[in-house]
Unconditional design. Structure first.
Length: 406
């Protein structure tokens, strides 16, 4: 982690020959001394007229830097019909000059290490259709909630979700640095957790970007996406209930296949249940689990539950041969992504076999998903963070579990 602070006061940057009617449009002169003459054009050399031009220090970090409301770095200038704008009285420094038009869906930028001189410094900025960029940040779950991902020197910032995933809908093409950081409370600084260079718009087979601690970033895998069937899964139901389980099209705008199970009640019993579960092939130590993310939709808004189960074959410990730790979620009729975090699992109470995370975390034998009665449930893309693969083992010593009173 790197501690840094970014603050900027009023800049001395000025715009040459600004039109009086708009305060934004540059004149056409390219003859000014001590200035940067910017030419904005398309890839084929066609001038890009009426493009916004924004100048920022290269050290600027959106969400962390403070430029001040009166700073000229906050202003957007505009190119003329020939795609030109001249910036005068530019102080020595490193800048990123961005040109963009949201209406035309065109963006571009160039970096410049400018030194004051008695001549005009030319700079050409090429604009093109922007690119969507996504990735994940390897941070502990509690840190991810307050973290920001920004592009160094450009005014683009996005939050990350509970699994560390982030997505920029529209970045200008070119080589950028993407930074993950957290603003420190009551301090004029941020804590930087990771940064990575990305060649936006360039062909690459590397897939999503990863930032941060490799212990969180590299250890990730898809537990199941259900594209190859459900042979590893089983379904079960209580005595007065039944469950039907199959693999079918995910539907409702989601591509590929998904697990689908129907929970039906044969009586008015209050505690009927139905589930699908997957054995892990032995005992798996999940003490280092960061989180599990999965997608769900249901036929009727209802509660679903995600459980970590542990098989117990010691009658002196518990009356049940299966104890668990779980969390409940309110599912909807549209696809919704949920994240299971160990720290947010239900407190141990033994109801439904819930003995808590501490009782099961180092010897999990099965993962299960419960559905509400008289409801259809679809499940897709279960992803695990904190492990590269599950490595089951056969324990030599049985775990001691303190049974809770019912």
């Amino acid at each position: 982690m790197i501690k840094r602070a970014w603050t900027y006061g009023l800049a001395t940057l000025a715009l040459f020959n600004v039109a009086c009617d708009s305060g934004r449009t540059a004149g056409s002169s390219m003859e000014t001394e001590n200035s940067i003459a910017v030419l904005v054009q398309l890839a084929d050399g066609t001038p890009a007229a009426r493009m916004d031009v924004i100048v920022r220090p290269e050290s600027y970090l959106s969400g962390a830097s403070e430029l001040g409301l009166d700073s000229l770095y906050q202003l957007h200038f505009e190119t003329d019909e020939q795609g030109r704008v001249v910036l005068s009285d530019v102080p020595t420094g490193s800048y990123i000059i961005e040109a963009r038009s949201d209406s035309l869906n065109l963006k571009g930028f160039e970096k410049i290490a400018y030194v004051e001189s008695d001549s005009t410094t030319p700079l050409t900025v090429e604009v093109s259709e922007p690119t969507k960029v996504s990735g994940r940040v390897g941070l502990p779950q509690l840190v991810r909630r307050s973290a920001t991902v920004s592009v160094q020197g450009l005014d683009y910032q996005v939050p990350m979700d509970s699994s560390g995933y982030f997505e920029f809908e529209s970045l200008p093409n070119g080589n950028v640095e993407i930074v993950a950081f957290v603003n420190d409370a009551d301090a004029d600084s941020v804590t930087e957790y990771g940064r990575i260079e990305a060649d936006v718009g360039a062909p690459s087979g590397e897939g999503a970007l990863y930032l941060g601690d490799s212990a969180y970033v590299k250890k990730y895998f898809v537990f199941d996406d259900f594209e190859n069937g459900a042979d590893a899964w089983e379904s079960a139901a209580s005595l007065n209930a039944e469950v039907t389980f199959n693999i079918e099209s995910a539907g409702l705008g989601r591509e590929g296949k998904a697990a689908h199970f129907i929970c039906k009640r044969d009586s008015a019993a209050q505690w009927d249940w139905a589930l699908i579960g997957r054995e892990l092939g032995g005992y798996v130590n999940l003490s280092d689990l960061d989180s599990i993310r999965f997608w769900v939709r249901v036929s009727t808004p209802s509660r679903i539950s995600f459980s970590f189960d542990r098989f117990v074959n010691d009658d002196s410990v518990t009356s049940s041969d299966n104890i668990k730790s779980w969390r409940h979620f309110d599912a909807d009729t549209v696809w919704t992504q949920f994240t299971v975090i160990p720290a947010e699992l239900d407190t141990a109470d033994s109801n439904g076999g819930n003995y808590g995370w501490e009782a099961v975390k180092d010897s999990v034998t099965k993962i299960g998903i419960f559905g509400a009665m008289d409801t259809e449930v679809w499940v897709d893309d279960i992803e695990v963070f904190g492990y590269g693969i599950f490595d089951p083992f056969a324990p030599l010593i049985k775990k001691s579990v303190v049974r809770k009173e019912e």
